[in-house]
Design a protein around this ligand. Structure first.
Ligand code: ADP
Ligand code: MG
Length: 243
């Protein structure tokens, strides 16, 4: 479902991603962990071309991109393969909860208003927020906002869902409700990449775990092997800092 080959990204004279290779099968859940500034967000952003890589290639779902040349059509097809859930929700403040979920369905995908609304209400029901449909984002808690953002991400039935530190902005008592929703999403076998510092959660839901540092993949293994028998000193140090 996802194949990243020799991906490199430089900002100014700082190389933020060095020659990244990563392959993810359909239905897999892969967690990326690593220190701040290691390139985790940049890697996710390269998968939907919010950031354009300098070198390398990305295959995602039905789309293929070979850097550095990028046509409008390729950007669009790549972008339609995935949906992103951000740390800060990125909800539309001026739209109701329901309209946040239907917006792309109606404007980008040309669904009828009625079909989009029906789909939105189903998704809101799935994340336990059917009764909030007519409220605005500012009337919700952070945990509720993030659950709406997840419903919105799922609305377009993406091949891949990308979570970039989905619980990092939340008060601690709101983290569990969001992790619970993410867990129910990945159980549906949608292909997912999760960037998180919630290591216990990562251990629970991931098929594989990747440690990034300084723009490189330091360690990549199946979940149990990663946590129980880390191979690299850098991984051992990183895990020790959390225990
Ligand atoms: P992480 O998500 O692991 O914290 P990021 O991918 O956000 O790391 O950032 C990796 C590095 O790239 C950091 O040094 C950051 O300052 C730099 N960086 C990220 N985005 C930009 C940008 N748009 N312009 C310049 N530097 C950037
Ligand atoms: Mg980040």
């Amino acid at each position: 479902m996802i194949k990243i080959e020799r991906l490199t990204k430089t900002f100014g004279d700082t190389t933020v991603l060095h020659n990244i290779d990563l392959t993810i099968a359909t239905g897999e859940t892969v967690t990326i962990i690593g220190p701040s500034g290691s390139g985790k967000s940049t890697l996710l952003n390269c998968l939907n071309l919010l950031v354009t890589p300098d070198e390398g290639s990305v295959t995602i779902g039905e789309a293929f991109y070979q850097a550095p040349k990028l046509s409008k059509k390729t950007r669009l097809t790549i972008r339609r393969q995935s949906a992103m859930v951000f740390q800060n929700y990125n909800l539309f403040a001026n739209l109701t909860v329901e309209a946040n979920v239907t917006e792309a369905l109606v404007t980008v995908y040309r669904w009828s208003k009625a079909t989009a609304t029906q789909r939105a209400l189903e998704l809101l029901n799935d994340v336990g927020l059917r009764d909030k449909a007519k409220l605005y984002p500012h009337q919700l808690s952070g945990g509720q906002k993030q659950r709406i953002a997840i419903a919105r991400a799922l609305a377009i039935k993406p091949n891949v869902i990308l979570f970039d530190e989905p619980t990092s902005a939340l008060d601690p008592e709101l983290v569990t409700e969001v992790l619970h929703v993410i867990q129910s999403v990945v159980k549906q076998k949608i292909t997912a990449i999760i960037v998180t510092h919630e290591l216990a959660f990562a251990r629970d839901v991931s098929d594989r775990v990747v440690l990034m540092a300084d723009g490189q993949i330091v360690e990549h293994n199946t979940t149990a092997a990663f946590f129980d028998h880390p191979q690299h000193e850098r991984t051992k140090q990183f895990l020790a800092a959390f225990s």
